[in-house]
Design a protein around this ligand. Sequence first.
Ligand code: 5RP
Length: 224
Amino acid sequence: MTQDELKKAVARAAVEYITPKLFNDSIIGVGTGSTANFFIDYLADIKTRFAGAVASSDASAERLKKLGIDVLDCNSVSELVVYVDGADESNAYLHLIKGGGAALTREKIVRAISKEFVCIADGSKWVDVLGKFPLPVEVIPMARSYVARELVKLGGAPVYREGVVTDNGNVILDVHNLQIIDPVGLENAINQITGVVTNGLFAAKPADVLLLGTADGVKTIKAL
Ligand code: 5RP
């Protein structure tokens, strides 16, 4: 199976997984990226089963609207029944690296108000130790150089993602050379640096379930 076929398989599995949890007034959280895009497309098939969605990016909001799914302002919703999104890496604790698509801050906000986070990923995202994928950090533009120097002190090699401005008007530093042995500790340490909006570690609040696409089918994985 190709990587896209695996992404489609987990996207379809996510629709099946969430369908029994939905009521007419349910609002769901929808993520960002190529796997999330497949999920949005399949979600259109069950759009009459729920009330609407909160999106983690402008791009996903546009895709949802084009398919006739109502998109709500996050501030008008107190709780999302479920949040479905992809990831760049996951370990066995379902600690994730996210933000390859630069949507990490809104993804963390959507995750924060969701009862359950269902991560969907093809098998290439499964790792023993997080950090091979460079860790995205969203930064207020005027703090870029300062934050980069602080990230070097934490053992990383930050690289400015040229030409990318987030939906929040900020910039991204991708931190290479990290072997993330303590994901919760590193997530908190980076978030303490002045000028950091947030980083792409989802460890303090990991995924609740991972639907992982493999050659043997979609595996449903709960955190260790
Ligand atoms: C966007 C993300 C995505 O979920 C992550 O980059 C995975 O993307 P894809 O599904 O395209 O592999 O965090 O900010």
